[in-house]
Design a protein around this ligand. Sequence first.
Ligand code: NDP
Length: 291
Amino acid sequence: MSARLLDGKALGAEVRARAGEAAKTLPGQVGLAVVLVGEDPASQVYVRNKHREAEAAGLLSFVHRLPADTPEADVVALVERLNADEAVDGILVQMPLPEGIDALRVIAAIDPDKDVDGLTETNAGRLLLGRRGLVPCTPQGSMLLAGLALPDLTGKTAVVVGRSILVGKPLALLLQAANATVTMAHSRTKDLGAVCRTADVLCAAVGRPGLLTAEHVKPGAVVIDVGINRVDAPEKGEGKTKLVGDVAPEAAEVAGWMTPVPGGVGPMTIACLLRNTVLAAARRRGLEDPR
Ligand code: NDP
């Protein structure tokens, strides 16, 4: 038996289209500002994709590119200008920032109501307290994919491997809010296999290619692979690389549902960014949350 595919490309396209439709119903244009500091090649690709998808959904997209040696104070000053800019509904500062710039100080400068990455302390606190806020995009996208397989998580067991602020922790909170019984695993967890095998929903957000194998998966489980790892791919030719997840492909023989990498959680992250931006725009205009 092979797991059914949880297709992030298809669902991501739907979420983007819905965000675009909702944006059209709002007065004025919805604006997303992305700040990129330095020349990190992966970040440049991510920012290009975000810009392209935002424009395709009919949003205004403002990309601010700053050199790697920009002083932290100038990055903070730009964020403050964007906070005050009426044309900007959402602000995203692309991580990682170059050495010498304190990411926490830059994030702290973002107006929480424009914080479409959901990274400010205010939005993390709102999520913890179960209050309305802006939820980080990757965990949000992971939940939407899990929902394709299991629309009701009530009483299900979920295991999240990885406890980062960006992915693991908020994902565990979202699963708990959806009434799953949640275990968080990490690098100090003993007998990871036994813990993972308890999961109806197994989420991997680690950054280690193939860390989880078929041995970690309960038969029929929903497997959400957040990991994106670039590895050598000699089969494609000398010096070639490819992207793989944290879950070995053979786990699909045991799982009931599984996200591919690429094409799973990745496309959902951008889609949820657009969704958050439209949400922020509606709230800033004093309107109800679009569906
Ligand atoms: P971090 O490096 O911040 O966190 C990794 C987590 O994995 C840590 O909590 C760490 O535990 C845990 N860990 C490390 N080794 C092991 C191990 N052997 N066994 C169990 N747990 C372990 O990573 P991120 O959360 O930022 O990202 C995780 C992955 O998700 C990466 O591959 C990243 O590229 C990808 N990602 C994908 C996105 C997407 O759009 N699809 C978006 C963001 C990230 P400890 O806390 O004990 O150190």
